[in-house]
Design a protein around this ligand. Sequence first.
Ligand code: GDP
Length: 365
Amino acid sequence: TLHAGIVGLPNVGKSTLFNAITQAGAEAANYPFCTIDPNVGIVHVPDSRLGVLADMVHPDRIVPATVEFVDIAGLVKGASKGEGLGNKFLSHIREVDAIVHVVRCFDDSNVIHVEGNVDPKRDIETIQLELILADLESIEKRLEKSEKLLKSGDKKAHVEVELLTKLKEAFDEGKAARSLSYTDEEKEILKTISLLSMKPILYAANVSEEDLTRGEENSYVQKVREIATEENSEVVMVCAKIESEIAELEDEEKQAFLEDLGLEESGLDRLIRAAFHLLGLMTFFTAGPMEVKAWTIRRGTKAPQAAGTIHTDFERGFIRAEVVSYSDFVAMGGLNGARDKGLVRLEGKDYVMADGDIVHFRFNV
Ligand code: GDP
């Protein structure tokens, strides 16, 4: 499974946010046979389509998709030099598939900022610099090696030398690997180098209770958004403190609480969905009397591999997929209605799944 790692400087609200995640968490009951690492939080991906489908199909149970977050506390300035257990944290970041960077966007004189004052731009650059310095170290040795290969007449090393040189120049200027563009050939090489600054990132701007309910973005959040826009990343505004309170409530209470605050949705729900997307994931559904279930696949997955997430036999014996889009299913009042209108397609092994597809797989056993 893919994980999103939560990082940020000390005192920005990471633990508070992570607590909200584990409180809201899907674990325990659903994972009776796994020991869940205390640093991992598994949460449901909120998806209003599930409720709509359930109202039509009346299943025994509804199973939402999940997303996993890892708490990577302790990243500080100087981490790449091994200060404050820094290298250990960087190695944790290496293992995640995407990064959620919590940035402090609230003033509170009771909460000390490690750098003395609130400054999202500086905080983002501080973390980014640590990732870049770690990356610089990983590529330097490799660059030396491939330069030697090239000198000894290995022409194939040429592309790698150029790529690594381009990366080194970017790192020297404080630019992340994700900010450059790459040829397909370079992308293949990049797969063999695990670069921290290549990982997709989203910013969780942690604001005060007042700012969350005011609805307007404060100047700190605007700064975060400026940086995010430049690098094509997303920003989700949350109030970690409120999220941790909401996470303790039952669904109905939660709705009432949000309405009181004048909010449609909790920041955590938006963050979960954004992380799911950042991880490159999407959902298809199965809908029957037993259950309505959201299945998680990577975007671009073909029908047989999607079938394989349900059962390996489904993939091995894959014949065809009966597919109807969510909107057609709903508009036609269900599978039979959609079938009558010819809206249920028979798709073969090369079909690329679309988000929201409602699928029935046909397979040989
Ligand atoms: P971490 O070091 O990044 O894990 O930060 P914590 O989650 O431990 O939070 C540091 C301090 O900031 C704690 O005292 C929190 O109660 C406080 N804090 C976290 N989120 C918020 C928030 O949204 N608003 C305010 N006012 N304080 C917060």
